[in-house]
Ligand binder design. Structure first.
Ligand code: DNO
Length: 405
């Protein structure tokens, strides 16, 4: 398991030096300044590689850019409208440039309109730490009363609609503004930043696109790009929906094990793979993450390891981002499944046996609370997560514990 870390570039409050001291072995990054749909040119890629290779005082960091997260897929491609064919060609050209630069793992997502969605970016825990939260009542209040989406109220159970009405009435203008900002203005890594009006327009365009159609569009996209990736020795990996259930009446097609199994079968080549994000998928009680790893591990090219605590038993619930070893996913079972997959790959002689993972997100703790890095991407909270995960890996591979010892 290769210990990687997401870095947003020179503007990131967490530096290359910081991640080295956290024990990171490889970097996950993207060219966030590039417009979605455009080609990533060799110079821009090389520039980011140079930044990653250099510490603050100019000495070599010894670490490299190993995973792209994300190479954004345009709304045009998702809807098969406008410039979508040109965007697919550009995506393939970017793959060529990334392959030339030696970067093999490419993460993307196919969530319509919004990337990951939260209602709170700094929700206080009893210890004084803060974390990210998705509150279904707040979200319904946003959808029904702030966005005023036609038909929104019919998509929530009656008690949620009633509680959302009360919640909205009790919010002051600052909280309403903050909630709208958290949901639509784009969280770190999201390809686009929208206004409420932009979102309304985008939603209108999805009006006639069913989940089946959207899945068809993803399969069409993969049928074009995965063979190119395969021939270049790259591994594509699709990130799940976060949260893994429909929002704003939009179709969601990467939320369950069955969704992934169908996608893997539809374009059945190794380059068509999975970003197994335990935090995103774990927000649904019917997703069993270690079991998904055991069954679909062959095509898992990248892992996001984090945990959430869900508050309920429905498919759609409120949840918050727990510490990495707390929450609903059994991280020991998860890591055991990953290590078993790696042993299997090694026995098969696969060059890609070592699967990159990153400690995904983290609570803001200690100096994170004043540093104000990107929401979800604190320095010390992630360091703690990585250290805890590394502890499990070390223990499970120790001769006292490992099978056959
Ligand atoms: C959130 C991230 C997502 C992810 C994209 C992948 O922290 O996991 O923004 O990067 O969805 O395409």
């Amino acid at each position: 398991m290769r210990q990687t870390w997401r870095w947003f570039g020179p503007k990131d409050q967490v530096s290359v030096d910081d991640m080295l001291q956290a024990g990171v072995q490889g970097v996950v990054s993207a060219l966030h300044h590039m417009p979605t749909g455009a080609v990533w040119g060799p110079e821009d890629i090389a520039e980011r590689q140079r930044q990653i290779a250099t510490m603050k005082d100019g000495t070599p960091s010894g670490i490299t850019w190993q995973v792209v997260e994300s190479l954004p897929v345009s709304e045009d491609i998702k809807k098969q409208k406008g410039d979508w064919r040109a965007h697919v060609e550009n995506w393939k050209t970017s793959l060529h440039h990334l392959a030339d630069a030696g970067i093999e793992v490419i993460c993307y997502n196919f969530m319509p309109v919004l990337d990951w969605t939260r209602t709170d970016l700094a929700w206080r825990r009893p210890s004084g730490a803060t974390c990210m939260r998705f509150d279904l009542i707040d979200f319904a209040a946003f959808d029904i009363h702030i966005l005023e989406r036609p038909g929104a109220a019919e998509e929530f159970p009656e008690d949620i609609v009633a509680r959302a009405g009360e919640r909205f009435a009790a919010m002051d203008d600052a909280r309403r503004e903050q909630l709208a900002g958290n949901v639509v203005y784009g969280l770190p890594g999201a390809a686009e930043r929208f206004t409420l009006e932009d979102v309304r327009q985008h939603l209108a365009e999805y009006d006639r696109i069913s989940a089946e159609q959207l899945r068809g569009h993803l399969v069409d996209f993969l049928s074009e790009v995965a063979p190119v990736a395969q021939s270049l020795g790259l591994r594509l990996c699709c990130h799940p929906d976060d949260p893994p259930f429909p929002l704003l009446g939009l179709p969601r097609i990467v939320s369950t094990e069955a969704d992934y199994a169908a996608l893997m079968a539809a374009v059945d080549i190794p380059a068509n793979g999975i970003t197994l994000c335990t935090g995103s998928l774990g927000a649904r009680p019917d997703n069993d993450l270690p079991a998904i790893m055991r069954r679909l591990g062959d095509r898992v090219h990248f892992l996001h390891l984090r945990n959430v605590t869900i508050e309920g038993t429905e498919i759609r619930n409120s949840f918050y981002e727990a510490m990495h070893l707390e929450g609903g996913t059994d991280m020991v079972a998860m890591i055991q499944a990953v290590l078993a997959e790696e042993r299997r790959r090694r026995a098969e002689g696969r060059a890609d046996w070592s699967i990159p993972f990153r400690p995904d997100h983290g609570q803001d703790i200690l100096d994170d609370l004043t540093r104000k890095a990107q929401p979800g991407y604190p320095s010390i909270g992630r360091l703690r997560g990585l250290a805890e995960l590394r502890g499990i890996m070390t223990a499970l591979e120790h001769p006292l514990v490992a099978p056959g010892s």
